[in-house]
Design a binder for this molecule. Structure first.
Ligand SMILES: NC(=O)c1ccc[n+]([C@@H]2O[C@H](COP(=O)([O-])OP(=O)(O)OC[C@H]3O[C@@H](n4cnc5c(N)ncnc54)[C@H](OP(=O)(O)O)[C@@H]3O)[C@@H](O)[C@H]2O)c1
Length: 221
């Protein structure tokens, strides 16, 4: 549980571990929270998975299923379980981390990441439902694409550096090359989070559209 001040400082009050795919774990989380109001529920957890088992012709269906469990079902399951905590708060904001990778309108070759992209697109649709569902209760729902964020250390790579094996296990090599050559701009975690915090702070029930980038600019579905 965290509190955000206007000065954009984060104070961590407590951490409760939970697996968002496991009913028992979610129940434990809910019990630990013990009806405490949640001002801002941020659904951030996701599973990207390695790129090779997400290629057509070699799809790993267990992994495909896991992507859906974590990325599409988990955030809705957690939100359903904790909705009364949000209802009882003053702020009533529910944030979902979506992805440009799940934007059907933005798909361009090279086509990659079948399971991750499909699961994020499914999440986007479910969040769209929820947005309409909760509006009458003045509960704000927002779907944010954080940008291409350097949570893995890509920005430390110089253009001439060989690509470390651990990175190719996470992201398709073609994509890493494009990041390395500066063709795909990547932002730091600090930049992305700072922008999202400002956006979330300003969010009201009138804010549109639902699906935005970290700076609040519209994202195509
Ligand atoms: N980074 C980007 O460029 C980018 C771009 C677009 C969208 N996003 C979205 O932004 C969010 C954060 O991205 P990120 O790059 O920080 O992701 P990340 O580094 O892969 O972190 C994902 C987090 O989700 C947790 N998680 C995975 N499965 C879980 C489960 N079953 N239950 C609970 N927690 C689970 C992981 O916990 P463990 O560490 O314990 O496994 C990890 O802390 C994600 O929703 C992602 O899809 C990121």
């Amino acid at each position: 549980m965290i509190s955000m001040s206007l000065q954009k400082q984060i104070v961590i009050k407590s951490i409760i571990a939970a697996d968002i795919t496991q009913e028992e774990s979610i129940n434990n989380l809910s019990a630990e929270l013990n009806n405490q109001p949640i001002d801002i529920l941020i659904n951030n957890a996701a599973y990207l998975g390695p790129p090779d088992p997400q290629k057509f012709g070699a799809i790993d269906y267990e992994m495909f299923t896991r992507s859906f469990e974590v990325n599409a079902i988990g955030p809705i399951r957690i939100t359903e379980r904790l909705i009364d905590n949000v209802r009882s708060s003053d702020t009533k904001k529910i944030i979902f981390l979506g992805s440009a990778a799940g934007s059907i309108a933005q798909i361009t070759p090279p086509v990659t990441l079948y399971s991750y992209r499909s699961s994020k697109a499914a999440l986007h649709l479910a969040v769209h439902n929820l947005y309409h569902e909760l509006m009458s209760e003045n509960i704000m729902v927002s779907l944010i694409n954080p940008g291409l964020v350097d949570t893995r250390g890509f920005l430390d790579l110089k253009p001439e550096d060989p690509i470390p094996e651990e990175l190719t296990k996470m992201v398709p090599e073609t994509l890493i090359r494009m990041i390395q050559e500066g063709k795909i701009p990547m932002i730091t975690t600090y930049e992305s989070v700072t922008k999202m915090m400002s956006y979330i702070e300003e969010l009201t029930i009138e804010t549109k559209p639902l699906f935005v980038n970290c700076d609040g600019t519209p994202m195509p579905w």
